[in-house]
Design a protein around this ligand. Sequence first.
Ligand SMILES: [Fe+2]
Length: 180
Amino acid sequence: MTEPIEIIKKYYPPESLLFKTLVNHSLFVAEKALKIAEKFPQVDKRFIYEASLLHDIGIFMTYAPKIGCFGKEPYIAHGYLGRALLEKEGLPKHALVCERHIGVGITKEEIIKNKLPLPPRDMVPETWEEKIIAFADKFFTKKINGSVKINSVEEILERLAKHGKEKVITFLEWLELFEK
Ligand SMILES: [Fe+2]
């Protein structure tokens, strides 16, 4: 496949601050995800690298002024919008990482019950690669100046708890699997 950075450049002017914000965050995610992947021989390392870089490619279509996004869609939609974009790029497996990385995943039931602005289908990480990238993503918050804020486990748990106890349980399971 083409270098992921080249795909990002098609949608983000390389001199823009948003390009820097996206790529910097994605490199942090890739580094952490690859470190975890070392412990799992069955995991495709090249795929982890590529999909880590591309998982947030949908953010430019959303409105998140705090990180410099001025699109029309709600931020939560960046996952499935990124999926559609990567499918058009001929990358259906990477596309699923986009759709399934929000929080620790969102179920169809939650989308319907909470009237989330998302198509009603399960958006939950299934493969090792999808889980590792969603996990690593939680540790790095994008900042408008292009840097990342590194989140502690406590901060991550606090944020997830707002979306339900089962989110916390899933993250704690991943923590046990990936950090021990
Ligand atoms: Fe991310």
